[in-house]
Design a protein. Sequence first.
Length: 294
Amino acid sequence: MKKRNLALSLLATSVLAGCAASNNNAPAWEHDKSYDITIIHTNDNHGNFWQNGNGELGMAARATLVKQIREEVEKAGGSVLLLSGGDINTGVPESDLQDAEPDFLGMNMIGYDAMAVGNHEFDNPLDVLAKQVEWANFPFLAANIYQDGKRMFAPYKIFEKQGVKIAVIGLTTEDTAKIGNPEFIAQVDFTDPKEEAKKVIAELKRDHNPDVIIAATHMGHYADGNHGSNAPGDVLLARYLNEGDLDMIVGGHSQEPVCMEGENQYADFKPGDECKPDVQNGTTIVQAHEWGNT
Ligand SMILES: [Zn+2]
């Protein structure tokens, strides 16, 4: 196993006191104290549950690395949140032929907290997707996918870590309507994720007053928002919202290591290098290449 090749993007976020809180919804954290909450994230697994022909990657190696990070963080008094930017399905026959069951069971064992729904989750009939939701012991999140006028998935989930309330919203590219299997998505609507994010953030602030809001997205990262023929991605999402409405976007879909150099330029990133995430309109944007790799 080549640990360096595996890697998940890792970001330690210090959550500082200072968020406005109404009296009837007082925060459980203490002022003037920092809390270390480490977000571990992967995206675009695409059936890579076992090692490839080069002996790289695979979920057993990913589990080892996540366990190590978890132990280190927890020993230092911090907490971990493990998120996926979606597209668990499609890419390796051994996974495809089993409807990605090994991948979802592996994610359970690694301890994922939530995932964004990716376009490739619609490569199979909807009853397969429903089965996958059952297999997973973590939520599939998508605020902008509807069937018969109702959301197919929970729009968000709220986590509490050391008294810090963290809301995670799921968003999926509206390109899924074009690139998903038409046989399976005829009855499914993919609405504008930017609009849904705005609505859900307002709802979260009104009803839950979270300290941190993260979007787990499957929309793609395009430098400076130049999305070409693709639907707008994470950069335009961050710019569309009020500054800092989202603390972080954990993305997927474009399968880039989102490591920046200068303004709106991708760095020539190699595994093991330091990675500087993108920051747009007060929102930190991360994405960890693909397959559990960086
Ligand atoms: Zn995708």
